[in-house]
Design a protein around this ligand. Structure first.
Ligand code: HEM
Length: 225
């Protein structure tokens, strides 16, 4: 492959969409793992804190974190580039904009906005939870970070619970289209599979939204008791 062909390949919008799909699906996988880990909150402080401690103290965590950060960065930067390119290619007045009839939905039309809400959520989430209060606790003779206390304390404020529920609804809308769209970018577009893929995307979105939104509600109720 010559340098010009490589440049053309990397610059083509289909390549960008496919890279967005791979990074997006990897992030969808991360969300499932994160949700399963978070569910240890229901088991209790020791289970949740020990899980967090095992993750944080594993030397491979740095590799995993770098990979995760790269996935988020590539996904966000390509999304911004594609949105700007699409706008430049279709300078249609907002008021004259008509449906193209290509199966546009509320979720597909609002991808940049729901994506932006998730990005704001992510920055605040990391500031509060990853770099937030460093409480410590001792479980089975080992001193570790008291993530349980930090999370329950954060969700004892109804405003924080409401913000998380709002952001999780935006995340659900975002992935309900993103998950399905990822397969389209790879040409998996056949009447035979489309219905199943749409159903799986919606089920995944509901699972993520309800799963993540239930945690703040549970923690709020824990604090109230
Ligand atoms: C109720 C919902 C959630 C709770 C209770 C929660 C809890 C946590 C906690 C306690 C940490 C810190 C772990 C540590 O310091 O190692 C964390 C890290 C993180 N969370 Fe969440 N999370 C939630 C939802 C989400 C969502 C929806 C996303 C993505 C959109 C997300 C993305 C992340 C990322 C990227 C990290 C950093 C991971 C790392 O660097 O190892 N979280 N979360």
């Amino acid at each position: 492959m010559t340098t010009t062909t490589l440049k053309r390949f990397l610059g083509s919008s289909i390549t960008k969409k496919q890279v967005m799909s791979i990074t997006g699906l990897s992030l969808c996988l991360f969300l499932v793992g994160h949700l399963i880990g978070n569910c240890l909150i229901y088991v209790g402080p020791e289970a949740f804190n020990t899980y967090g401690h095992t993750l944080i103290t594993n030397p491979l965590i740095y590799v995993a974190e770098a990979g995760l950060a790269a996935m988020f960065l590539i996904h966000i930067l390509l999304a911004m580039k594609l949105t700007m390119e699409n706008k430049a290619a279709r300078p249609i007045n907002y008021y004259m904009k008509k449906s193209s009839g290509r199966g546009e939905t509320f979720a597909s039309n609002t991808m940049p906005y729901t994506g932006l809400i998730v990005l704001v959520f992510l920055v605040l989430h990391l500031l509060h939870f990853k770099f937030g209060p460093q409480y410590t606790v001792v479980h089975s003779g080992v001193e570790m970070r008291d993530l349980y206390k930090m999370v329950v304390e954060y969700f004892s404020h109804i405003g924080n619970v409401a913000w998380y529920i709002f952001a999780m609804i935006a995340l659900g809308i975002h992935v309900s289209h993103g998950f399905w769209s990822a397969f389209q970018s790879f040409g998996i577009n056949h009447q035979k599979y489309n219905c199943t893929l749409r159903c799986i995307s919606k089920l995944y979105a509901v699972f993520i939204t309800v799963g993540f939104a239930a945690l703040p509600i549970y923690c709020y109720l824990q604090g109230a008791n």
